[in-house]
Write a protein that binds this ligand. Structure first.
Ligand code: ZN
Length: 162
């Protein structure tokens, strides 16, 4: 287990500040990304909405970004990946953009290129799976999904060699 994964483990009894279902007083502003919590969910503010409300709290996505604690990790590898990196990263970015339109808490946190594989970290396990499946649909290859024991972190491995 890596350091990052260890930090991602949260005891079953303790409240999980990253949980998207955590309740906040309404309305609450996120001072970092300017989303507002209203009607039980974090959403983009309407254009005519007050910039500040009486409550302020970081949204679950910003908490993960500040703490560097992703909910999903997708690894890309293989010689096909080496040859088509930009094309495949565009699939990832497009999936992220269309997810964000509906679900602003689903974000790519980083894309880190290493020698043998590239890591895409996301604030939501759903987004990592969505990106992984879109890459598999478009580029074939194989996609493996591994849930951590406590299901706080999903890891996906996409690989294509030919
Ligand atoms: Zn935020």
């Amino acid at each position: 287990m890596t350091e990052r994964e260890k930090r991602g483990r949260i005891g079953g009894k303790s409240p999980n500040p990253y949980h998207e279902d955590k309740k906040y007083p309404e309305p609450t502003d996120c001072p970092r990304c300017q989303l507002v919590y209203r009607n039980g969910r974090w959403q983009v503010k309407d254009a005519d909405e007050e910039p500040k409300t009486s409550h302020s709290s970081h949204c679950p996505a910003c908490r993960r970004e500040m703490d560097l604690l992703p909910a999903g990790l997708l690894y890309l590898s293989g010689s096909y990946w080496e040859r088509h990196q930009e094309e495949i990263l565009n699939i990832a970015r497009n999936q992220s953009a269309s997810a964000a339109a509906q679900r602003p808490l689903q974000r790519i946190m980083w894309i880190e290129k290493a020698e043998d594989k590239t890591e895409i970290a996301t604030t939501s396990s759903h987004l990592a799976q969505r990106i992984g499946k879109a890459i598999e649909d478009a580029c074939k290859g194989t996609l493996a999904i591994k849930h951590a024991d406590d299901s706080q972190l999903v890891r996906l491995y996409w690989e294509r060699s030919e």
